[in-house]
Design a protein around this ligand. Structure first.
Ligand code: DHB
Ligand code: FE
Length: 286
C-alpha cells in the first residue's frame, strides 16, 4: 500500500533559479534562504520518497487567461519546462507517474471534483524551482504528479475547497495498492504582491499565523474568503491555496519538523516548512 510520509512547502520565486545557476547560495543575500534547505535535504535522504504530488499554480506557461482550469491534474509520463523569461535556465524534464495520476483523477472525479486532466503539460517555475531546491544537482529520480490550482484568474477556488481537494487526494493515496512512499509538496507564498499600489506588500504577522495554523488547525485558515486573504497576504499571497491542498492530503496526525522564514526573497516572504504524518513517525519508531 502507498504511504503518505509528509509534506514540504516552499516558495517558488523564479530568481532562486538564477541564484542556483550562478552558484550564489552562500552570498549574504541568499544564504539565510538556502540554509533553510539543509534540514529538507536531511529529511528527504532519510525518508526517500518515490513520488511527490506537487500542488502549484501555473503562471501562464501551460495555461493562460483564455483557458484556465480551477484544478488540473497531470497524467503524463514526463513534464517539460520551457523558457519563461526571468533569466533562469530552462529546467530538465521531470518524470511522471501516469498510473498514480489516473488513480487520483478517478478518485477526484468520484468525489465530485470537476478537474481537468492533462496528458501533456508543461510545468513552470512553480514546479521546477522547488525541485531544484529539494534535490540540488541530482538526477531527480523522484516522480511527480503535478496538481495545478488556479491562483491567477478570479474567481479562485476557496481555501476550504482546496483543503477538501487535498483530503480527497490523501484518501486516494491511502487506497493505492502500490508500495510507494508519497510526499506532498506545496509551492508558492507566503505573503507577496507583485503589482499595483501595494507592490512589495508583506505581512509577517499573518505569515506566522499561516505557518502556525497549517500544522494542526487548517480549518481556521479555511474560513478566510479569498478577498480577505488578498487583503492580509497580498494579491499573490493566494498561492497559499497550494499549501491548503497539501495539508489536506496529510491524512494522519501532523507535526512540524522544520520551519524557515526569511524576508524578502525578491518581493516575497519566503517560507520553507517540513510536516510529517504522525502515523508514519509511529511506524518508524516501532
Ligand atoms: C515572484 C514571486 C512569485 O510567486 C512568482 O511566481 C514570481 C515572482 C517574486 O517575488 O519575484
Ligand atoms: Fe508565484
Amino acid at each position: 500500500m502507498a504511504r503518505i510520509i509528509g509534506g514540504v512547502a516552499t516558495t517558488h520565486v523564479p530568481s532562486i533559479g538564477k541564484a542556483i545557476a550562478e552558484k550564489k547560495q552562500n552570498d549574504p543575500y541568499w544564504k539565510p534562504f538556502f540554509k533553510g534547505f539543509d534540514y529538507v535535504h536531511y529529511w528527504l535522504a532519510r525518508e526517500k520518497p518515490d513520488v511527490a504530488v506537487v500542488f502549484y499554480n501555473d503562471h501562464g506557461l501551460n495555461f493562460f487567461l483564455d483557458k484556465l482550469p480551477t484544478f488540473a491534474v497531470g497524467a503524463a509520463s514526463e513534464y517539460r519546462n520551457e523558457d519563461e523569461g526571468w533569466g533562469i535556465p530552462v529546467s530538465r524534464a521531470i518524470a511522471g507517474d501516469p498510473a498514480l495520476s489516473w488513480h487520483l483523477i478517478n478518485a477526484l472525479v468520484g468525489d465530485e471534483f470537476d478537474i481537468t486532466m492533462c496528458q501533456d503539460m508543461l510545468v513552470d517555475h512553480a514546479v521546477t524551482i522547488p525541485m531544484a531546491l529539494m534535490y540540488p544537482g541530482e538526477k531527480w529520480s523522484l516522480k511527480i504528479v503535478p496538481v495545478s490550482i488556479n491562483t491567477v484568474q478570479h474567481p479562485l477556488p476557496s481555501m476550504a475547497r482546496c483543503l477538501k481537494l487535498g483530503r480527497s487526494i490523501g484518501r486516494a493515496i491511502e487506497n493505492y495498492q502500490q508500495d510507494l512512499r508519497v510526499m506532498m509538496v506545496a509551492t508558492g507564498g507566503l505573503s507577496h504582491q507583485l503589482d499595483g499600489k501595494r507592490a512589495g506588500f508583506i505581512n509577517k504577522d499573518f505569515d506566522k499565523l499561516c505557518m502556525d495554523k497549517i500544522v494542526n488547525e487548517p480549518e481556521v485558515l479555511a474560513r478566510y474568503s479569498i478577498h480577505d486573504w488578498v487583503e492580509e497576504a497580498g494579491a499573490q499571497g493566494v498561492e497559499f491555496l497550494n499549501w491548503m491542498a497539501m495539508r489536506g492530503a496529510l491524512t494522519g496526525e501532523v507535526s512540524e519538523l522544520h520551519r524557515n522564514y526569511h524576508i524578502p526573497i525578491s518581493n516575497t516572504a519566503a517560507a520553507t516548512v517540513v510536516l510529517e504524518n504522525r502515523a508514519e513517525a509511529k511506524r518508524r519508531a516501532a
